[in-house]
Design a protein around this ligand. Structure first.
Ligand SMILES: [Cu+2]
Length: 232
C-alpha cells in the first residue's frame, strides 16, 4: 500500500527532527573548545614611561599544532630603513625585500636556521626569502649598520600585533596548556603559561621592561665590524 502524501510528509519531518537532534548531541559531545585571549602589553622605558612604539610589540601562543596556508609579506628598503620594521609571517611565508632606494642595500640575517643573504641590489630590484623555521629573525643591511628590522616567524595562527594603546586579541586558541609570549625589540620576550579549559574569554597582561636596552653595534654578514664610511 502506498503512503498518502500526508503520511510521507510527516515521516520526513520526523526524520529531519531526529537528524537535527543527533547533530545537536554530536556538537555538544565534541565542542569546539577555543578561547579568545585578550590583554594589554605595557612596554616600559626608563622612569616607567610607556614606549612610543608599543605597536611594534607582538604576542603569540606557542604549542598549538595548527598550520595555516603560508602568509607572505613585503619589507621595503626605503630611506635606509626597513619598512615596516617588524613583520610577522607564518612558517613557509615568503617575504619580499624590494629596494626602493637608488643606492645598494644588502639585506641579510645570521639568525640560526633562518639565516640568509640576498646580496647587493638597488631600485627597482627585489629579492625574497622563504622562512621555514619559527623564531625571531633579526635582519640587517651589510652596507648600512643603522638599518635593522625583525621578521617573526610563527608556526600557528595564534599571534597578534599589539595596538598603540597596548591592547591585543587572539581568537580561537584551542583547548590545552600553552605558553603565551610577548615580545618587543627592546625588552626581549616575556612568557606566561596559558590554560584553555573552556570556551570563552582569557586574559593575559604583560609588562615588558625596555629600560635597560642599550643599542650596541652589530657585526656585518662576515662577522666583522662595519667599516667607517659607506661605500655605496
Ligand atoms: Cu643598506
Amino acid at each position: 500500500m502506498l503512503d498518502s502524501p500526508e503520511i510521507a510528509g510527516g515521516r520526513d519531518r520526523m526524520r529531519g527532527a531526529w537528524l537535527r537532534s543527533v547533530a545537536f548531541v554530536l556538537c555538544a559531545a565534541t565542542p569546539a573548545l577555543a578561547g579568545t585571549l585578550q590583554g594589554k602589553v605595557a612596554v616600559l622605558e626608563k622612569d616607567g614611561r610607556l614606549a612610543p612604539d608599543t605597536d611594534e610589540a607582538v604576542v603569540w601562543v606557542e604549542g598549538p599544532k595548527v598550520r595555516t596556508r603560508p602568509t607572505g609579506a613585503t619589507v621595503s628598503m626605503k630611506s635606509k630603513a626597513f619598512v615596516p620594521r617588524v613583520t610577522v609571517v607564518s612558517v613557509g611565508g615568503r617575504v619580499e625585500f624590494p629596494n626602493q632606494d637608488s643606492i645598494f642595500h644588502n639585506v641579510f640575517s645570521v639568525s640560526g636556521e633562518n639565516r640568509f643573504d640576498l646580496a647587493l641590489y638597488k631600485k627597482p630590484k627585489s629579492g625574497f626569502k622563504v622562512f621555514e623555521q619559527p623564531g625571531v629573525v633579526r635582519i640587517y643591511c651589510n652596507i648600512h649598520p643603522q638599518m635593522s628590522g625583525f621578521v617573526l616567524v610563527r608556526d600557528n595562527p595564534f599571534w597578534a600585533r599589539v595596538s598603540a594603546d597596548g591592547s591585543f586579541s587572539i581568537e580561537g586558541v584551542p583547548g590545552g596548556t600553552w605558553v603565551v609570549k610577548a615580545w618587543h625589540e627592546r625588552s626581549g620576550e616575556s612568557a606566561q603559561t596559558l590554560q584553555v579549559t573552556e570556551a570563552g574569554a582569557l586574559v593575559a597582561s604583560f609588562s615588558l621592561d625596555a629600560s635597560k636596552f642599550r643599542r650596541a653595534p652589530h657585526k656585518n654578514k662576515f662577522g666583522k665590524d662595519y667599516e667607517a664610511g659607506e661605500k655605496y
